[in-house]
Design a protein around this ligand. Structure first.
Ligand SMILES: *Cc1c(COP(=O)(O)O)cnc(C)c1O
Length: 361
């Protein structure tokens, strides 16, 4: 059975990308080698990196004064590398928003490096909504503001850019990167690992304004110093050639097949609208978790009346070919992750299954 991948991550990839990856694993004709055996020092891979970077720049209309890096260690390593760069041995305070599971993982790592102020904490209210602007007392002298644009576990997404223009904005976009235009030029640093919207696990894209590297603390470990990755053009040490190649194919797909991020967000909105409309019209049979205005277009999180009914729903959904619907292990419930490559047809199939399940109960 060919399952539809609604997993929170690794997510679905476009069929055409999978087919081309398969061919490249067998043979990259220009090199006469399998993709998995091609050197990261080859001219072929230099061209892969250059095109992947150019495609990301084109998709985001990224100004020249940004670096685009392909790093390892996942989004999790960025939780540490960012405060090492921007907070270590500084007197300023970094502002963090605690809006869900993933922002909660970033905060203690920052606190190891310096002063952190949690500007807003949604934990007590169970992470069912995001803060309004009036609830965010930004300081003009903060080192930077860090937030997560899309809380993957709880299904909460900011539909606006936060913060002040005079304080560097740092954003974890791991689960909504390249799903919509994001005004990249308003951020000092954006990071996103590949395995939700962009490719396989193993590579993390970091987009940083060049001036952030003007004042780097002394004695950073070499692999944790962004300057080394900049000067080595993302091959400071052996990079994941396979993962970066698939990211290149996905960015090509976004540009050529989808037609850019405005078009991508239209498709993503249509998918999310169908699921939320079904949930809202179910007379409380399905209950959306997030407050309406903060609903994620990437992760649709909902509950059924009881744990038993949820378990039955998930069991039948799995048998019917829908993969990855159980909610995050920290939260339970149901989560339909509908990243870029998950098609509208797949969402329609899930909607049909959900309608049918409700009618039978
Ligand atoms: C999945 C996820 C992470 C964890 O990323 P790793 O690459 O596993 O370190 C971090 N942030 C967000 C928003 C995520 O969705």
């Amino acid at each position: 059975m060919n399952r539809l991948n609604f997993s929170g991550g690794p997510g679905a990839l476009p069929e055409s990308v999978l087919a081309e990856t398969q061919r490249a694993i067998a043979l990259v004709p220009e090199e006469g080698l399998s993709l998995l055996g091609i050197s990261h020092r080859s001219d072929w891979f230099a061209a892969v990196l250059a095109e992947a970077e150019a495609n990301i720049r084109a998709l985001l209309h990224l100004p020249e004064d940004y670096h685009v890096l392909f790093l390892q260690g996942g989004a999790t390593l960025q939780f540490s590398m960012i405060p090492m760069l921007l907070l270590r041995r500084r007197t300023q305070t970094a502002e963090y928003l605690h809006t869900g599971y993933w922002s909660g993982k970033a905060i203690p790592e920052a606190a190891r490096e310096g002063a952190v102020k949690v500007l807003w904490d949604g934990a007590d209210a169970g992470f069912r909504r995001l803060p309004r602007d009036t609830e965010l007392p930004y300081a003009a002298d903060a080192a930077y503001l860090h937030y997560v644009s899309n809380e993957t576990v709880e299904g909460l997404q900011f539909h606006r850019v936060l913060g002040r223009d005079d304080v560097p904005r740092v954003c974890d976009m791991s689960s909504d990167f390249l799903s919509a235009p994001c005004a990249a030029e308003r951020f000092a640093l954006i990071y996103a690992h590949a395995q939700k919207n962009l490719g396989p696990a193993g590579v993390t894209v970091v987009i940083m304004r060049k001036d952030l590297l003007a004042d780097v603390p002394a004695n950073l470990h070499a692999a944790l110093d962004y300057r080394n990755h900049v000067s080595a053009r993302s091959i400071f040490n052996t990079p994941p050639v396979f993962a970066i190649y698939v990211v290149l194919l996905v960015t090509r797909w976004l540009l050529r097949d989808v037609g850019g991020l405005v078009r991508m967000t239209e498709v993503n909105r249509a998918k999310a609208d169908r699921l939320y409309a079904l949930i809202d019209a179910s007379d409380g049979f399905y209950v959306g978790r997030a407050e309406r205005g903060d609903r994620s277009l990437m992760n649709v999180v909902f509950n059924l009346e009881s744990a038993e009914r949820e378990a039955e729903f998930l069991r039948l959904a799995q048998a019917a070919g829908f993969h990855g619907l159980p909610g995050h292990r920290s939260l339970g419930g149901v989560r339909a992750s509908i990243y870029n490559a998950l098609t509208l047809d797949a969402v329609d199939a899930l909607c049909e299954f959900m309608d049918d399940f409700r009618r039978r109960r």
